[in-house]
Write a protein that binds this ligand. Structure first.
Ligand SMILES: Nc1ncnc2c1ncn2[C@@H]1O[C@H](COP(=O)(O)OP(=O)(O)OP(=O)(O)O)[C@@H](O)[C@H]1O
Length: 368
């Protein structure tokens, strides 16, 4: 996939991985993985545990050499280039700080190594500490800090070098909810201010969607789909991506393609589609519809009606599950509307047919 090296405007990508593979003994951590990241982009690498996110970042930084494939930075092949020459800085999930040095000296260390002048070091240490709310901890040693504070020191030690490419491996995992929220905003601000390329690995969907200008969704050591949050939400390539992107999760109903190839039969009745599917009558599929694309309608305009099985209040909205047997449809209602509803009530529902996704039951791929 040579086309991955350059972005659409022919400028080289900041980072490009082409068909890289890596095995650890019998574990195939990465399999023919390819993706590219534009210069200055905030890019998210998203997928569950063990999918290969850390291995991918380590390969970009030079800590792991691929068994096969090619790694390029700014258009130059670095597959076998030494770590130091790459201009890449990585914050690990399990951060390693210098235990005998104070927070100040942990921050200053990479700059002293790079022979930066003391006045500049002092300025940057204080700036970084204040940004990470560590100004009052500068004289402490790492082992006297909380896990979250230690993680922020690790982050600061990478940021202070103003790297061209910053790799962040689940950097906010150890922080409490409030600090995570603040740190996300801080990272976005830093990105705007310094314009470096950031690749941010996370198993957290909301984090990937809120941080990433583009997101690569990973499964089994490969990228299944790369796109903006909207592209992934609107046009998932398969049932896996559809299920990973969007909260509450997309509804997936077992369905059969009807005679005309243009409607689906489900446990909730038949639904006309706005297009003819590339599938045969009788083919088994999944009909995907997002909770947000269902609404309560008047009885005369409803596409289906079903009893309320479960009400899950989430504060300002409530997730309402409808259905009788195993088939189940979730819709999201404002709390004010949901408060009028009781278990067992039959609700008339309208589906936005333009928003129906169809996936092959055989291989999970989207049928357009
Ligand atoms: N040094 C290693 N030796 C052996 N196996 C490894 C090594 N590093 C990674 N693996 C294996 O490779 C696979 C991918 O691991 P990786 O750490 O890249 O996943 P991840 O998506 O970052 O997961 P997590 O979110 O849990 O960190 C896993 O099955 C892991 O056990």
């Amino acid at each position: 996939m040579r086309g991955h090296v350059a972005s659409s405007n022919n400028k080289p990508s900041a980072v490009s991985l082409e068909n890289v593979s890596k095995a650890y003994g019998r574990v195939q951590a990465l399999k023919n993985l390819s993706f590219s990241v534009g210069e200055g982009q905030f890019f998210a690498l998203f997928g569950p545990s063990s999918v290969g996110k850390t291995t991918t970042l380590r390969m970009i930084s030079g800590l792991v050499i691929p068994d096969d494939g090619r790694v390029a930075l700014h258009g130059a092949d670095v597959t076998h280039a030494p770590i130091k020459s790459r201009g890449v800085s990585m914050v690990f999930q399990s951060f390693a700080l210098y235990p005998h040095l104070t927070v100040y000296e942990n921050f200053a260390y990479p700059l002293r190594e790079a022979k930066v002048a003391s006045a500049e070091i002092d300025k940057r240490v204080k700036e970084t500490a204040s940004m990470l709310k560590l100004g009052h901890r500068l004289e402490r040693k790492p082992n006297t800090l909380s896990g979250g504070e230690q993680q922020r020191v690790a982050l600061g030690r990478s940021l202070i070098r103003r790297p061209n490419i910053l790799l962040l491996d689940e950097p906010l995992t150890n922080l409490d909810a409030k600090l995570r929220h603040d740190m996300r905003a801080e990272l976005k601000r830093l990105h705007r201010q310094f314009g470096m390329t950031i690749i941010y690995a996370t198993p957290d969907e909301l984090e990937a969607l809120s941080m990433g200008e583009e997101i690569a969704v990973m499964r089994d050591g490969a990228v299944v789909q790369k796109g903006t949050p909207d592209e992934l939400y609107e046009r998932p390539v398969d049932v896996y991506v559809a299920g990973k992107i969007g909260a509450p999760h997309i509804n997936l109903l077992q369905a059969t393609v009807a005679e005309n190839g243009q409607s689906l039969k489900t446990g909730f009745g038949s639904f006309a589609l706005d297009r003819k599917l590339g599938a045969k009558a009788g083919d088994k599929v999944f009909m995907g519809v997002r909770p947000a694309d269902l609404e309560i309608a008047s009885a005369s305009s409803a596409d289906l009606s079903a009893p309320v099985q479960l009400l899950e209040p989430l504060g300002d909205v409530t997730v309402v599950s409808l259905g009788e047997k195993s088939d189940n449809l979730r819709i999201v209602l404002p709390e004010s509307r949901a408060s009028e509803i009781k278990l067992g009530d039959r609700l008339p529902i309208k589906i936005d047919t333009h928003k129906i996704h169809v996936f092959s039951a055989a291989d999970g791929l989207a049928l357009r």
